[in-house]
Design a protein around this ligand. Sequence first.
Ligand code: 5GP
Length: 193
Amino acid sequence: MANNFQPLVDRILKDGKSLEGGILKVDGFINHQLDPILIEQMCEEFTRRFDPNSYDKIITIEASGIAPAVILGLLLKKPVVFAKKKKPSTMSNMLVTEVFSFTKNTSYHVCVSGEFLTKGDRVLFIDDFLANGKAAVGIIDLCAQAQAEIVGMGFLIEKGFQAGGKLLRERQIHVESLATIESLDNCTITIAK
Ligand code: 5GP
């Protein structure tokens, strides 16, 4: 059963657009223009769903995960690390993994400095969407390389008709999604109950 956060569901139904190919467009409040008030409300919900004492650091992937991750970090006064999609030439002790992008239909490298993700870190991963779980699995790989512990994974929107949610929950990861989409068939947004 989905555990939806009603203010987000209402906003998706009001301003979200279902595009061909099973893509949900939320450019008006998450992916391009940002609604900081809604993002703050969502992050407050994350503070209720994940025990703030259970993690020390928040990790995300650029670009769209950064806004909610930073707001959550601000609320809890915890550091935020974002994995980068380009390998900076200046990064030392770099941890790298490969991620397949559903929306762009191509693979890219994701990296983080071993300086900011270290052995014993207890991290919460935050991202905008959970689709097939490729970005999340990339973060699991980076945390394994660093010997950091993933305490949970929080997503603003989960596409329940794609494989990521099942895959992560089968791995016993504590996954929380603030809105679960049951279907985008016929360009209609159906929210999971
Ligand atoms: P996954 O790695 O779970 O397969 O895909 C998650 C990533 O793909 C998210 O970080 C997001 O950037 C992008 N994504 C997947 N599906 C959608 C979608 O329907 N709409 C948008 N805006 N991004 C999506």
